[in-house]
Design a protein around this ligand. Structure first.
Ligand code: TQI
Ligand code: ZN
Ligand code: ZN
Length: 172
């Protein structure tokens, strides 16, 4: 079953149009155009299940959600740890910060199951999971759910399960 953060924080009900900015990409070697496509697809999976909409903005001061890639310590007390271990983290509503470990072998184009590294991680799969956290979902006990707290390398898992849909539709 799905879960929420303590106190069930959500984005306010009068704020259904959320803006996101991709603000820190210099530590990763993926084209910005590719990143924009991947994150738009990941947000689209959640907007399809709710009345929420997600629009990219180039202005981080305008953004409700900010997305960035960082190595090691990056100022929030939750340092990244290099290859594998923690891949990314996102904060609960209405913080909006979504950080990714630049040290991972991110796969954003092509088929991750065909990746030539056994540490390759599918960027869209991680993004769909972290957006769930950004919107207020904790971890699910349902193994098929996007919010289940296990991810395999060289695996793509991007389709919301009915458990994810029920969890998010209870909030929005
Ligand atoms: N990052 C953890 C995660 O996103 C960070 C974390 C642990 C966390 N507990 C949390 C974030 C509670 C919010 C609330 O779960 S991770 C997975 C999964 C990670 C893990 O890098 O370990 C995915 C990133 F769920 F598969 F294990 C993406 Cl999909
Ligand atoms: Zn961080
Ligand atoms: Zn998680």
């Amino acid at each position: 079953l799905y879960a929420y953060f303590p106190g069930t924080p959500t984005w306010p009900s009068d704020k259904t149009e959320l803006k996101y900015a991709i603000t820190a990409t210099s530590a990763v070697s993926i084209d910005l155009s590719v990143l924009k496509t991947v994150f738009a697809r990941a947000f689209g999976r959640w907007s399809a299940a709710t009345t929420l909409t997600f629009t990219e903005t180039d202005s981080s001061s305008d953004a409700d959600i900010t997305i960035g890639f960082y190595n090691g310590s990056h100022g929030d007390g939750e340092p990244f740890d290099g290859v594998l271990g923690t891949l990314a983290h996102a904060f609960s509503p209405t913080d909006g910060r979504f950080h990714l470990d630049a040290a991972e072998t991110w796969v954003a184009e092509g088929d991750v199951t065909q990746a030539d590294s056994d540490v390759a991680v599918d960027l869209e799969s991680v993004a769909v999971h972290e957006i769930g956290h950004l919107l207020g979902l904790g971890h699910s006990s349902v193994a098929e759910a996007i919010m289940y707290p296990t991810i395999k390398t060289r695996t793509k898992k991007v389709d919301l399960a009915s458990d994810d849909v029920e969890g998010i539709q209870n909030l929005y």
